[in-house]
Structures are given as structure tokens and as C-alpha cells.
Design a protein around this ligand. Structure first.
Ligand code: F0G
Length: 356
């Protein structure tokens, strides 16, 4: 029987590794591409969800982290550092354990989901809460990596992009071709950069892989309205959104994201917190897919674009949902009715269940 080997082994010929590279992996990638029935009906399209919450630490970051930590290990690094809104740090912390390295984490104080904080803690990373936002954390992480012997594993590290591009390979391998449109949440803008790189590489590839795309999708990216610097055309000083994962005012890969947008014939738009939460609830209640709020920005964007008449029926569409809903369960519980308490009695239980 075949077990998925992780993105480096599965796509070794397309990644910067050699035979002697010490691969650090938790067998990330190989995530489900799930047909979305309700979204397909609503849009008249064939919509799929790339469920990245199924990765080992619950987000797409693992694809980039296997590559970044592997490269750091190969270079002899003893410690890594990252700034994070929570998922990068959860991933870095876990992969650092696998590599026997120290992991330092900088997070914006009070602005990361509890589940993600728990991950960084339980994997034994050294966490500092910074009195500032993500952008401040990244500035500090960069400075520390320049002054001290510690490798930066944010997506400004090219190895991260290399690993994350494998998600585009998987989509093409699963569908037999690239989709017409690919939608993503945009925060620091590494992932849209990575997908675009992956799609382009597969489109120009010769014949090393079974399924080789002949074309590329349009890339549609979505920022949260309170944190939409690319849409506004200028950095946002005090970004805000309930989708803490993408609460970023000055994305590091800004230019690369614009290039992906322009070269693919796509666009980058914003979605409100209300639209994000509506998509978050639709995904859970109608598609059976529980994601964290930031992840629902791609689906919120699809619904917004469809309402605006920008989605022609009959297209093949992939929305990446980037992180697992369990990371930030507060939003699942908030506003939901409290479960009724009953005695151990079938008749008493049948009533509130609507069975009697
Ligand atoms: N969705 C989730 C769940 C994320 O955690 C992130 C980024 C994004 C989308 C946006 O991806 O930054 O490549 O544009 N999280 C980073 C972190 C910033 O620190 O975990 P991006």
C-alpha cells in the first residue's frame, strides 16, 4: 500500500533538494480536493475546495515549512525564527521539533487564536508576544535573523514559496488540468505567489509528470476589508479583521501578488468580516467543511464575485481553504444556541432532538 510521502518526496524533481538533503517532513500535502455542491449550485460552476486544514499542523504552512526547515537543516542552522499570526508559528514549531532545532516565535500580542498559541507552546517553541501587529513582528524577526545565528522561515524565505507551490501541482494532478479560476485569501501574500509559481511551472513543464497542464488559471485574491492594503494601494497602519490570520497591513510579497494578479488576468478584492463569517458558516453547515475564518475569505470572495456577475457559469473553480476550523473555535460557538441539558432518559432526550 502507498502512503503519501510528503511534498518534497512527491515532487522532488521540482524542488531545490539533492540526494544528500536531510528531508524534514511530517508527510504534509496530499490534501483533499473536495467538490463543493452548494457553491457549485449557487454559481453554476464546478467548484472545488482545496482543504489545507488537513495538513499535519492544520494549515497550508506545512508545505512551505518542510522545505524551509529542510533547507535550514542542510545549511547547519541550529535555530529558526518567524513572525506569525499563528499558523506559521504552529508549523515552524512542529517542524523544528522534527529537525532538533530551537524555534523562536514572534506574535502580535492578544491577536492570535488560542489553538495556534497552544500549538506553539506544546511544541516547545520560545514565544514572545510583541506589543505591535504582524508587520512589526516581521520587522523584528528580520532584524534578529540578521544580527543573530537564527534562520528566518517566513515566506520571504524563497524555500517557503517553493514548498507551497506544490499545492498547485496537486490541483492539476487531481483535475487533469488547471482550473479556470483559483481563489485564495491574501495576507502576507506568500501563498498567492506560490500557487502562481506552481501553476506557471506546471504549464511550461515538458513531460516529467503524468498530468501536465497546458494553461494557467486566473488568480483571484481576497483581503479582509479592514486589512486590504493591496486593494487600497497603500499600507494599512492599523489593520483590523476578525480573521486574525490575515490581519496584515503591509504584505511582504506585495509585488509578487500583483504580478500573479496581472499576469494571470485576475484581480485582488476585499471581503468584509460579515461576508467572511457568512462564508465560514456556509462552508460548515452546508458543505461539511470546518475552516478558520481567514480561510473562508476565498469562498466569501467567490460569492461576492458571483453576485457582481463576474462568474460565468460552467467554469471550473478551486477555492483554497487555508486552515482548520479547530484552530479558532470561538467563532463556531459564538452566537450558536447553548446545547440543552437532559437526564439519561430517551423520552426526555427525544423532545429537544425533534424526534418525538
Ligand atoms: N489563511 C490562513 C489560515 C493563514 O494563516 C494565512 C497567513 C493566510 C491565509 C494568508 O496567506 O500570508 O501567504 O497571503 N498566515 C500567516 C501566519 C501570516 O503567520 O500564519 P499569505
Amino acid at each position: 500500500t502507498h502512503q503519501w510521502r510528503g511534498v518534497i518526496e512527491e515532487y522532488r524533481d521540482r524542488l531545490p533538494v539533492s540526494d544528500s538533503t536531510p528531508v524534514v517532513t511530517l508527510r504534509e500535502g496530499g490534501t483533499p480536493l473536495v467538490p463543493a455542491q452548494v457553491l457549485s449550485e449557487r454559481t453554476g460552476c464546478e467548484v472545488h475546495l482545496k482543504v489545507e486544514g488537513a495538513n499535519p499542523t492544520g494549515s497550508f504552512k506545512d508545505r512551505g515549512m518542510t522545505m524551509a526547515i529542510t533547507q535550514a537543516k542542510e545549511a547547519g542552522a541550529k535555530a529558526v525564527i518567524c513572525a506569525s499570526t499563528g499558523n506559521t508559528s504552529a508549523s515552524a514549531a512542529a517542524y523544528a521539533v522534527r529537525a532538533g532545532m530551537v524555534c523562536a516565535v514572534l506574535v502580535p500580542q492578544g491577536k492570535i487564536a488560542l489553538g495556534k498559541m497552544g500549538q506553539a507552546l506544546v511544541h516547545g517553541s520560545r514565544i514572545l508576544q510583541v506589543d505591535g501587529n504582524f508587520d512589526d513582528c516581521l520587522t523584528l524577526a528580520r532584524e534578529l535573523s540578521e544580527k543573530y545565528p537564527v534562520a528566518l522561515v517566513n515566506s520571504v524565505n524563497p524555500a517557503r514559496i517553493e514548498g507551497q507551490k506544490t499545492a498547485a501541482f496537486e490541483v492539476v494532478d487531481a483535475l487533469g488540468d488547471a482550473p479556470d479560476i483559483h481563489l485564495l485569501p491574501v495576507g502576507n501574500a506568500g501563498n498567492i505567489t506560490a500557487y502562481w509559481k506552481g501553476y506557471q511551472e506546471y504549464a511550461t513543464a515538458t513531460s516529467q509528470h503524468a498530468a501536465v497542464a497546458s494553461r494557467t488559471p486566473r488568480m483571484w485574491g481576497f483581503q479582509a476589508s479592514g486589512s486590504a492594503p493591496i486593494v487600497r494601494g497603500e499600507p494599512v497602519k492599523d489593520p483590523h479583521t476578525i480573521a486574525t490570520a490575515i490581519r496584515i497591513g503591509n504584505p511582504a510579497s506585495w509585488e509578487q501578488a500583483e504580478r500573479a494578479r496581472d499576469q494571470s488576468g485576475g484581480f485582488i478584492d476585499e471581503v468584509t468580516d460579515r461576508q467572511i463569517l457568512a462564508a465560514y458558516r456556509l462552508l460548515a453547515a452546508q458543505e461539511g467543511v470546518f475552516v478558520e475564518p481567514a480561510s473562508a475569505a476565498s469562498v466569501a470572495g467567490l460569492l461576492k464575485a458571483a453576485e457582481q456577475g463576474k462568474v460565468d457559469p460552467g467554469q471550473r473553480i478551486v477555492c483554497t481553504v487555508t486552515g482548520n476550523g479547530l484552530k479558532d473555535p470561538d467563532w463556531a460557538v459564538a452566537g450558536a444556541p447553548q446545547p440543552v441539558t437532559v437526564p439519561v432518559d430517551a423520552d426526555a432526550a427525544a423532545g429537544p432532538l425533534g424526534l418525538s
